[in-house]
Ligand binder design. Structure first.
Ligand code: GLC
Length: 549
């Protein structure tokens, strides 16, 4: 296998998909594997490489499946294990890879391990983190601030407190117990044996607890995660692991493993890690008409080993997290992007991409262009490729998890069930109503957002520089312009973005490329040859260009 094909994920475009929301195959009002399998042609046509599935396990669904009661079952709402296997085979037959969520940190309180642990039944007594006082680890922050007053909850049955970093009904597993470690490796092997291509590993910073620390990113946690990787690499070569670690770049860097000083040595922890801090800064730079926030965070991002890759995103199934910004920046982003209290949740904003930018096609495209040209593998959140809206009147994060809008027929083509049986209402309020925003309409319209995103994907696939190129900012143009070069294997991409609502003229120093003739990768137009003086390019309001040099 060549170096490039063994690191396919560096060139990949990911598609994050909520099974419940995507397509209902049996008419019960909830999405399922049969529905999803029948819609795979759409994803193939869109051109994405890898699907990331939100949890599909046995669960009381109090956290949409991140509260797992049976790691070995498919949730009956989604179908059977056979339906899951049919889906995997159908995806692979189309050249699509599939990764699934692996929730290592916690289970549902309905999990039989927790029920046994509450009763001190062996061998489960120490499967969770128990305390007589509930006073330990006071330095650990609370993540679900709007619903949880503490990381400890008292269990009257055992007469002790149990530890949980998320909802009270999601007790944290005790990784100091070797039996827990063995159980979770077994879970991992089970799904890899069924042919999936890897995992998005949920909430990995919190596996271990130690007194006097904030209980995040501990050396013990990294040691276990490297064990996870070793199992994957030895027993399932070619499978990938993607880390969800919502941390500052220097704290995410160790999740790639390898040598902290020498980036030439290969990573041995995660193949991929989300770049959380860059995401809110894309929105900030856009609102401030100033590239500084993006430049600063990427200049602060340490290099990662050559076999690793960042994953970037604009939105996902959670609130748009504002944990990795300063208090002042958070207040600014809340004010600008979440003026109504209902738009806010915990330390974030529960809105989708299109409503965040007032359904302004230019800004939606600009943000996507940044996503596609900056370093990292982009992840598209289902529905954002057609500019779906949200429903802030639904609780928790449900407002960004509404049914996929396929066409203007009943239930947006999502389900044949009566409307009142849908797991969540389809969006009917203009301008995001499904009669207006849907796949069928955008498929038929060559000028639609769907076609633009498809085109971005196609162009990206033709040029390895997008996934593999290094990054060099050109800071000569005015601050509303984000200009950067990406270079790989003799090819160079010059990406230009105008973050402002006015025209911008850039005079670029391209003296390293004198004599070259840039080509616009998005429309194949040829630009004037690069001469000795500054190279002039005009950008319309929120304009962007991808130039190959
Ligand atoms: C991750 C998931 C989120 C979930 C939480 C607890 O942050 O993205 O949806 O609620 O973990 O499992």
């Amino acid at each position: 296998m060549s170096e490039e094909s063994s690191t396919w994920y560096k060139d990949a475009v990911f598609y994050e998909l909520y099974i419940r929301a995507f397509a209902d195959g049996n008419g019960d009002g909830k999405g399922d594997f049969a529905g999803l399998t029948a819609r795979l042609d759409y994803l193939q046509e869109l051109g994405v490489d890898c699907i990331w599935l939100l949890p599909m396990y046995g669960s009381p669904l109090l956290d949409d499946g991140y509260d797992i009661a049976d790691f070995y079952a498919i949730h009956p709402d989604y179908g059977t294990l056979a339906d899951f296997c049919t889906f995997i085979a159908a995806a692979h037959a189309r050249g699509l890879r599939v990764i699934v969520d692996l929730v290592l940190n916690h289970t549902s309180d309905q999990h039989p391990w927790f029920q046994a642990s509450r009763r001190c039944q062996e061998p489960y007594t120490d499967y969770y983190v128990w305390s007589k006082t509930g006073q330990e680890y006071a330095n650990a922050r609370i993540i679900f601030l709007d619903s949880e007053p503490s990381n400890w909850t008292f269990d009257p049955l055992r007469g002790e407190y149990y530890w949980h970093r998320f909802f009270f009904h999601q007790p944290d597993l005790n990784y100091d117990n070797p039996a827990v470690q063995a159980e979770m490796l077994r879970v991992m092997r089970y799904w890899l044996d069924l042919g999936i291509d890897g995992f998005r590993a949920d909430a990995v910073p919190y596996l271990f607890e130690r007194a006097g620390t904030n209980c995040e990113n501990l050396p013990e946690t990294h040691a276990f995660l490297r064990r996870v990787r070793a199992v994957a690499d030895t027993e399932y070569p070619g499978k990938i692991l993607l880390a969800e670690a919502n941390q500052w770049p220097e704290d995410v860097r160790p999740y790639f493993g390898g040598d902290p000083v020498d980036p030439c040595l290969p990573g041995d922890e995660f193949n991929l890690g989300f770049h959380f801090p860059v995401m809110p800064r894309l929105y900030m730079a856009l609102r401030q008409h100033d590239r500084s926030a993006i430049v600063d965070i990427l200049q602060r991002t340490p290099p990662i080993p050559g076999n690793c890759q960042w994953c970037t995103f604009l939105r996902n199934h959670d609130e748009l997290t504002l944990e990795m910004v300063t208090e002042e920046e958070r207040q600014y982003l809340w004010r600008e992007y979440a003026p109504e209290p209902r738009m806010r949740l915990n330390l974030g904003i529960r809105r989708r991409l299109a409503p965040l930018v007032d359904n302004d096609r230019r800004r939606i495209e600009l943000l996507n262009s940044l996503l596609f040209t900056l370093p990292g593998s982009p992840i598209i959140y289902y529905g954002d490729e057609i500019g779906m809206g949200d429903n802030i009147w639904l609780p928790d994060r449900n407002g960004v998890r509404t049914p996929m809008q396929w066409d203007d027929g009943p239930n947006a083509g999502f389900s044949t069930s009566p409307a009142e049986s849908l797991y969540a209402p389809v969006i009917t309020a203009p301008p995001y109503d499904y009669a207006c925003i849907n796949v069928a309409a955008q498929r038929a319209d060559p000028g639609s957002l769907l076609h633009t995103i498809r085109h971005f994907i196609q162009v990206r696939k033709l040029h390895p520089v997008f996934g593999r190129g290094d990054l060099c900012f050109l800071l000569g143009p005015p601050r509303p312009v984000l200009a950067f070069l990406r270079s790989y294997g003799g090819a160079t991409l010059l990406a230009l973005h105008n973050l402002s609502d006015g025209r911008q003229s850039c005079a670029l120093d391209l003296s390293a490329f004198i004599g070259q003739v840039p080509c616009d990768l998005l429309n194949d137009a040829t630009l004037p040859a690069i001469g000795a003086g500054p190279y002039a390019v005009e950008l319309p309001a929120y304009g962007y260009r991808w130039l190959g040099i």
